[in-house]
Design a protein around this ligand. Structure first.
Ligand code: NAD
Length: 334
């Protein structure tokens, strides 16, 4: 078996910890680092899910290194011990993640592959602007590689191929989480799309104010016509125009059971001129960890193979098909 890819996880919230859990079930990866707002943890032998699962803050771990700039410190100290990176940071403001990527590229010696699970179109557009810089620094960056965009937009891009013309793509997601505090950044970002809210207002809201808003809604957030990067990613992949992509969903912040099933529908015309649609429904048993972290690892596998062939710069998730672990292990013995 080849050596596992050494992954650093930026963000130690719901998705960051979920990725540690998922990596623990994927022998071709090893979590060597996790970072939050004020500390980082690095262990070349590998971090277990048990070690981070109940940590409120990374600095609470006995080996946590407190820092005012933990991401920079991690990459300045350990860049050559990290192969791939999963970005699970808040996307508020929309410039935050692009600024972090620029900092890693210009102020640390890191070379390797990075993926994010960005959702908003305006954030993905900013990441795409970093293409030249990341090419020059020998970093391969895959943006929009979570569930939506990522998993679902890739499904749409593949399913679209049977149609002569695609007339629309509709993504409806259902998310159930036991308590909103497990995924604070995700829930805050969802609030931006509600009538009467925007990024500035949500950024200024305290956790208590978010709780009060959730209380009024019985814990349910219903989202329609969201600004979601599935649109630009499918347009860049030549599937359809971005105006033809719609995204919405229902999030229950008080119940791990999904309020509705997640579904992607691809509308189009067949060669015989018939209006048709393909529909893919995710099993309700699959969680955010399954549908975001699993595909992100798949994109990292493909990305790492491309990186080894000296492909650098920014790609979207629709430029790649995520790989599974089996062939990766077989390839290792070649
Ligand atoms: P969270 O609030 O649970 O965790 C965020 C983490 O980032 C925390 O550990 C926090 O300490 C850390 N952090 C904040 N500022 C930091 C800084 N300056 N330096 C280092 N660490 C910092 O977030 P979450 O709910 O896990 O969401 C993470 C991201 O994933 C969000 O951007 C969200 O929109 C995205 N997401 C994407 C999808 C998808 O399908 N594409 C689905 C769910 C969530």
């Amino acid at each position: 078996m080849a050596k596992p890819l050494r992954i650093a996880i930026l963000g130690a919230g719901g998705l960051g910890k979920g990725m540690v859990q998922r990596v623990g079930l994927s022998p071709d990866f090893k979590t060597v680092a996790i970072v939050d707002r004020d500390a980082y943890l690095f262990d070349p032998a590998g971090l277990s899910y048990e070690a981070v699962q109940n940590l409120k803050h990374v600095k609470d771990h006995q080996d946590g290194i407190p820092s005012l700039q933990p991401i920079k410190d991690l990459f300045q100290t350990h860049a050559d011990e990290i192969d791939v990176v999963f970005v699970a940071l808040p996307n508020l403001p929309v410039t935050f993640i692009p600024d972090v990527i620029r900092m890693i590229a210009t102020e640390t010696p890191f070379r390797g592959v990075m993926v994010d699970a960005l959702k908003r179109t305006s954030a993905v557009e900013r990441v795409l602007e970093l293409d030249e810089l990341l090419q020059s620094r020998q970093i391969l960056y895959i943006t929009g590689a979570g569930a939506t965009p990522g998993f679902l937009s890739t499904v749409a891009a593949v399913a679209a191929q049977s149609f002569v013309e695609v007339t629309g793509v509709d993504i409806r997601f259902g998310v159930g989480i036991a308590h909103w505090s497990a995924y604070r950044a995700t829930v805050r970002e969802d609030f931006i799309h509600l009538p009467g809210f925007d990024a500035e207002r949500v950024a200024a809201m305290s956790d208590a104010e978010i709780e009060a808003e959730l209380e009024q809604r019985n814990g349910i957030i219903e989202l329609v016509n969201m600004e979601h990067a599935d649109d630009i990613i499918l347009e860049l992949a030549g599937i359809c125009r971005k105006e033809q992509v719609t995204v919405g969903g229902i999030v229950d912040t008080r119940n791990a059971k999904k309020p509705v099933s997640t579904q992607v529908t691809i509308f189009g015309r067949t060669a015989a001129g018939v209006e048709a649609k393909h529909v893919m429904t995710l099993d309700d048993a699959s969680t955010m960890v399954d549908n975001v972290c699993g595909p992100a690892l798949g994109f990292l596998r493909t990305g790492y193979r491309n990186y080894c062939k000296a492909h650098y710069g920014v790609l979207t998730s629709a430029d790649l098909i995520p790989r599974g672990p089996v062939e990766t292990r077989a390839m290792a013995s070649v």
